[in-house]
Design a protein around this ligand. Structure first.
Ligand SMILES: Nc1ncnc2c1ncn2[C@@H]1O[C@H](COP(=O)(O)OP(=O)(O)OP(=O)(O)O)[C@@H](O)[C@H]1O
Length: 446
């Protein structure tokens, strides 16, 4: 490390220099505050040891300008009187630690080890954030919006614990992205992150997918399979849309949460797994509990920690996000895309975004492809965003009404799905593949 010693006593400087150089650090000395600032202006340091008494000056006054120049600098304050007072003051002003005089070489080394450890952790967090971004390159894991900031702060705080986390929010608000980030910020980051999507056409298939099965356990089980719980060993299992977990599977998941034990379908052998559970839902699970489709005890096991993501239309940073995504797609397409026109911004701000971030991302990606100049105009946005509905309250959504085909499609899918006994049945009525129905529900935020 590069270490700066700021002390007006040459003897102390000499002793410290010898201690540090003996273990391979590079050292510079300053006898006054002015000298220290001069040196910091010229090159970067990892650690500064600053004596509280610098002749007539106070070392404490030096903290702010030093940190102003190098925010990452770890400042260790040396105080002759071992006075708690000046140490507390120093820490309040951003010092990393303090050393009471007289100190032994072992104490000095211990402080440096702490600096190195904290620095290592900080670098690791930055590295992990980078990896999450690489996986979802447009992900913005910071936000000035108060409710988003609360959500990100909470996620960072609970990430290291092994407790189950329940992510709530409408479709497309970023629950999947946050689940990955949470995992990347946890101590299990080197372990796998495995996703299971709970809306399934068949409880048996889902049970097999989750816990594994032996050959012949059910139709289609042609060979033994280990399942996703086993695949997530040492890492995290992300249960997407957990509100759609079929009722027969709920007691099995509950047992797994309580005991970390499970059996493969068709196998009597009990197996154990070390897996952290992250679940997401866009449903009102309390209402599902009241209606009897979701077990209350399972809900209380899943929501040890609950993080709610706000819908995009309520976020104060909607336009910042649009700018962020525009920057991302400009880089990706190597095109010059500077900004949205004021009209386009107004349309973005007015749109209700039923598909939330997913819809915004898709709209910006599309606009980035269509736009000719450096500005994104109204014409580059999808019609439903660019043109506000004439008077939505008075135009009935029905065949032949003056509305777009898309609005009709959304309404039709919504009604058929609500009336059908299962998603499979709804897909059959609509004449589409169940996976297409699943995708469309996501796309339109149904
Ligand atoms: N933090 C973010 N920054 C930028 N884009 C994001 C962020 N979070 C989500 N998105 C965008 O929105 C899309 C949808 O996010 P994600 O799949 O996490 O939502 P979700 O809430 O899990 O949706 P669903 O409930 O439908 O599964 C992502 O693919 C990404 O493009």
């Amino acid at each position: 490390m590069h270490i700066l010693i700021v002390d007006d006593e040459p003897n102390i400087r000499r002793t410290l220099r010898a201690t540090f150089e003996a273990v391979g650090h590079a050292v510079e000395e300053a006898g006054s505050g002015a000298e220290a600032l001069e040196l910091v202006g010229r090159r970067s340091f990892d650690v500064a040891l600053v004596d509280v008494r610098l002749g007539d000056e106070s070392g404490l006054e030096l903290l702010e300008p030093l940190l102003g120049q190098t925010p990452r600098l770890a400042i260790v304050v040396i105080t002759a009187y071992a006075s708690i007072d000046s140490a507390v003051q120093a820490m309040r002003r951003g010092a990393f630690d303090y050393l009471p005089k007289p100190f032994t070489p072992a104490q000095v080394r211990a402080v440096l080890e702490r600096v190195a450890r904290v620095r290592g952790l900080r670098d690791r967090v930055a590295d992990l954030e980078e990896r999450v971004r690489a996986e979802i390159p447009e992900a913005e894991l910071d936000s000035p919006d108060p409710s988003m900031r609360r959500a990100f702060d909470l996620a960072r705080r609970v990430a290291p614990a092994d407790a189950a986390v329940l992510l709530r929010g409408e479709s497309g608000t970023g629950k999947g992205v946050l689940a990955r980030a949470l995992h990347a910020w946890s101590g299990r980051a080197d372990g796998p992150f495995v996703t299971v999507s709970c809306p399934s056409l068949n409880a048996d298939l889902l049970e097999g997918e989750l816990f594994g099965h032996v050959r012949g356990a059910f139709t289609g089980a042609v060979r033994d399979a280990a399942g996703k719980v086993a695949a997530a060993e040492g890492g995290a299992l992300f249960l997407d849309e957990v509100g759609d977990l079929p009722t027969p599977l709920q007691p099995k998941l509950l047992r797994f949460l309580q005991e970390k034990k499970y059996e493969r379908v068709g196998d009597a052998k009990t197996r154990a797994a070390d897996v952290r559970l992250i679940a997401a839902t866009n449903r009102d699970l309390e209402a599902a509990v009241a209606g009897g489709s979701f077990r209350e005890d399972l809900l209380y096991r899943l929501n040890v920690v609950e993080i709610t993501l706000p819908p995009l239309r309520r976020r104060t940073d909607l336009l910042d996000l649009a700018d962020h995504l525009l920057g991302f797609f400009a880089r990706q397409t190597a095109r010059r895309l500077d900004r949205f026109t004021p009209e386009a911004r107004a349309a973005l701000a007015r749109h209700p975004w039923p598909g939330n971030l997913r819809e915004l991302r898709n709209a910006v990606e599309r606009a980035a492809m269509l736009a000719e100049g450096p500005e994104i105009g109204l014409a580059d946005l999808p019609e439903r965003i660019a043109i506000p509905p004439a008077d939505p309250a008075h135009v009935a959504v029905e065949v032949g009404a003056p509305i777009s085909l898309e609005r009709l499609e959304v309404e039709h899918i919504r009604r058929v799905t609500a009336a059908a006994p299962s998603l499979e049945a709804a897909a059959r009525i609509l004449g589409m593949d169940p996976s297409t129905l699943y995708r469309k529900r996501k796309q339109f935020g149904i």
